[in-house]
Design a protein around this ligand. Structure first.
Ligand SMILES: [Fe+2]
Ligand SMILES: [Fe+2]
Length: 270
């Protein structure tokens, strides 16, 4: 008999959020803030925080590059572009996030954040999350599996469940094609998520797609899926100018997850 390794039945556990007090949930993807850069757009961050506070059904996810960390050896190292230390950035961001801290469902680090952890042993993203009292919302492994339960339970009906997968991503470049391919390739990590989110590319994108699955009853069923590249609040100045990177729209897509029946919609304010 050929060798076969034993498959583990549980690879990870999804973090379940009971949001059944809401008929629908709005979720903003606050990608690539790069807060310690001289070119961080704090007006955009402030307006997203204000948006969160306006309604109780509004939530956020943060897919990494929260801080801008160009250190010795980084391609983008230019000390003249450093806006503040990571500690000052953390304090500033903590003050902004504090009033709506409970609305942040998942925070992961990006390659910029990881440089500090790797080279200095100081995890600023963990410190930020703990600072605002949501240390448990930080996923230090760099990916988040979420299950969001939306909509009030009615009679025997269950709340609608949305599975969400988020990671920082690693596809950059000048043009959107490679970033779109990389976004769709998240399905190779887990095939049946309803929503996929990544950051890193700084290009906001919303790609509706479908996947077909065999059902337990020998049918082939279609699943609607939404792929979101989360955008960035970093302005184009310094490194991207010198390297000839194009300007990008500074928007964070929002998605609405409806209760009652499974239905997702995406929105870009531009
Ligand atoms: Fe970034
Ligand atoms: Fe990145």
């Amino acid at each position: 008999m050929p060798y076969a390794y034993k498959s583990q039945s549980i690879m990870a556990r999804a973090r379940v959020y009971d949001l059944t007090q809401h008929d629908s949930v709005e979720l903003v993807s606050m990608g690539d803030l790069h807060t310690t850069s001289l070119h961080a757009d704090f007006d955009m961050i402030r307006s997203a925080v204000a948006w969160l506070g306006e309604k109780k059904n509004r939530y956020a996810v943060v897919p990494g590059d929260i801080f801008d960390t160009a250190i010795k050896g980084s391609v983008s190292l230019d000390l003249s572009e450093r806006g503040m230390s990571s500690k000052d950035g953390r304090h500033l961001l903590a003050n902004l996030m504090q009033p709506v801290a409970s609305r942040f469902l998942a925070i992961i680090s990006g390659n910029h954040d990881d440089r500090l952890t790797r080279d200095a042993g100081s995890d600023e993203v963990d410190a930020l999350a703990c600072h605002v009292g949501i240390g448990d919302r930080y996923f230090p492994e760099g990916e988040a599996f979420l299950c969001l339960k939306v909509g009030k339970y009615k009679h025997n009906e269950q709340a609608v469940k949305y599975n969400v997968y988020m990671t920082h991503g690693n596809a950059g470049g000048r043009l959107p094609g490679g970033k779109a391919n990389s976004l769709l390739a998240l399905r190779n990590i887990i095939h049946n998520s309803d929503v996929y989110l990544n950051g890193h590319g700084h290009t906001p994108m919303v790609l509706p797609d479908v996947a077909w699955h065999f059902s337990d009853k020998n049918n082939v069923i279609e699943q609607k899926q939404l792929f979101i590249s989360c955008g960035s609040s970093l302005k184009r100045a310094g490194y991207p100018v010198r390297k000839g990177y194009p300007p990008l729209a500074r928007v964070w897509p929002t998605i609405t997850l409806h209760g009652g029946h499974k239905h997702m919609s995406a929105h870009i304010e531009h």
